[in-house]
Design a protein around this ligand. Sequence first.
Ligand code: C2E
Ligand code: MG
Ligand code: MG
Length: 645
Amino acid sequence: MDPNGAGTEDRLSRDPGNGNELWRVNQALRTLSAGNRTLLRAQQEQDLLLGMCRVIVNEGGYRLAFVAYAQHDEQKSLRIMAYALGRDDQKQRDYFDHLKLTWADDEFGQHSSAVAIRSGEPCIGRKVLDDPGHAPWHADARRLEYRSVSAYPLHIEDNAMGVLLIADSDPDAFDDAEVKLLGELADDLAYGISNLRSRIKRREAEASLERMAFYDALTGLPNRTLFRARLQSAIATARQKHRPLAVLLLSATHFHEINDTLGYHQADLLTCSFGRRLVEAVQEGQLAACVGEAEFALLLPHFDIGEATQAARELVRQFHCPVEVGGLSISVGLSAGIAAFPGHGTDADSLIRRARLAMFDAKRGGRGCAVFTAELEQARSAHLALMIDLRRAIEQKELMLYCQPKIDLASKRIHGAEGLVRWQHPVQGMIPTEEFVRIAESSGLITPLTHRVLEAAFQQSYAWHDAGLDQPLSVNLSARDLRDPALIDKLKSLFATWGTQPEWIQFELTESALMEDPLGALEAIKRIKALGVELFIDDFGIGYSSLSYLHKLPVDAIKIDQSFVMAMPDSAVSAAIVQSTIELGHRLDLEVVAEGVETEAAWNHLVALSCDTAQGFYMARPMPADHFRDWQLHYDAGLGARRTH
Ligand code: C2E
Ligand code: MG
Ligand code: MG
């Protein structure tokens, strides 16, 4: 026995007979209460197991104790997790370290621990040296000086996941009363294990909640909340030490196009790779965070504007790389915006907001990086105010449809009209169309705007045909409209409502809108074309589409960009571009429209080049749709008069 163990003396002084039984129950009780103390104290599962084994041997005076867990491997091995020995010499310890046990129901698995696990009940073996069933363990019993054993299953969630084994030198140990108490001890131990495990699970759940609250799930980088908190404390330090600091907002260029073309998975991979490269690029004391979709922030303590600009330029340079997208090579990179404390803001929110404004400015201007300026904020608030007004104007149907005629160059007859949206702002007057269309495109308002224009155009087209005028009306669509899943249904419903024939309505799509997402646009265009309408490529010549792409598009006409048409008289290059575009269009069997025809000279030039159709201020400016009929009657009358003379 352990010479230091509390049980040693008691053991030596016990009485034989009934006194012995009482003594044993007392010992078991003492073990139970000492076991409970261990249970309360333990913080780790391993400490609990070891503590319990030691209590059993030291307080209870038993010969040895171990806890083993049933493994669900092929051998059904029993893994010794902790043990304690009455006489803790090296030889005996070696024994445990090399002990191989199984709980399988085979010839090696008939020992009490295995039986207890399989049956889920305590298994007792007394006078083991006299028991032939225990023969394989006789040598062990002699060596470890035990003569009786008791094994108690450890039940966790209705499953005997392990065993507590207690052995004693008394061949008659473990009577019913003692086994009942030791069984309770095993149950307490199992409860303690399960309690510690759920505490760990709870802690892990708390840690993962914290991770979710402060870290970006995709990149693993600190998120906006954590970045803001760190920035706040960095500002406090900078203020105290009278030092500057800079915030960089970085965004992957063309991210949305990549997302739309390649799908979320590839876009996520790209974001992660940007995140990793950013982490590699930051130096000690700096912080990189992921603050939005493919949007990152960098905190640069002590940096002034000059140093921050240099750092931003270097990052933009490092991140510039081409990416293969659907057979096209799209160049991705970073746009960076810079704001500095204290000049651009003295709190975290304004610095982040202003760095972001600068980033958008860099993106818009196609520059790598931009520093915040007060003008950016003024422009932004004006832009925001206009956006709010535009939403209202769309909802309250304040937008108007204007129409501009398209004239057949050979016959001079009206060949159709283009519908152009107008917005008369209650305070600011007419807002330039390109300006508010751009705002609508960047704010998600383009879908309702297009739907309103379509409703007005279908209604107008019906009115014309009802009055016996048969020219088609074309409607401009934006790049975003091509991604509107409701567009086709909207068109079908309008065709049905007004009984519109497919040849009454046409659509115009700018070449640059198509090139934003060439593959997606091709699919969308095919769906629109299936309605039987004619399609125009607008502003042709500035969108860099390739001939092979053009060839694949199911379009009927191209509209030469007005910049070339207007420059024709003064620029031989523009004149050559117009000429070759007309030839190209005709070779591809497409109608060619020239827009921006402002003078008689331009008209005559286009007639000479055999261009098909002309549109421009020379013939008519865009006019309110309900003036068009009067204009047309007047024009036709003039044409007739010219003809008869
Ligand atoms: P666009 O589709 O190329 O339309 C032609 C633009 O050129 C119109 O400008 C028209 O007023 C102008 N224009 C026509 N002839 C001449 C000319 O001889 N000289 C000059 N200097 N300009 C001429 P607007 O109406 O300001 O529209 C600008 C652009 O806004 C349009 O270019 C089109 O891309 C877009 N837009 C107009 N209406 C809509 C719409 O309902 N939906 C969408 N998504 N975009 C629209
Ligand atoms: Mg157009
Ligand atoms: Mg155009």
